[in-house]
Design a protein around this ligand. Structure first.
Ligand SMILES: [Zn+2]
Length: 60
């Protein structure tokens, strides 16, 4: 029997203005890297702060 756990969340800071944003991460204790440009590798999610600064969060 498989149980599904809800995704964990982590706080990241916008690289431009430093605003704290909550993002969903695939698993607990995942090391996150913040990038202001998209890279061609790795699992990632795109987020934006309330000041409309897009950035990417990569899971290591
Ligand atoms: Zn920002």
């Amino acid at each position: 029997m498989t149980t599904t756990t809800p995704p964990d969340t982590a706080y990241v800071n916008c690289p431009k203005c430093g605003e704290s944003i909550t993002v969903s991460i695939p698993e607990r204790d995942t090391e996150l890297r913040i990038r202001s440009t998209v890279a061609a590798f790795g699992d990632h999610t795109k987020v934006a702060c309330s000041n409309d600064h897009p950035f990417w969060v990569y899971y290591c």
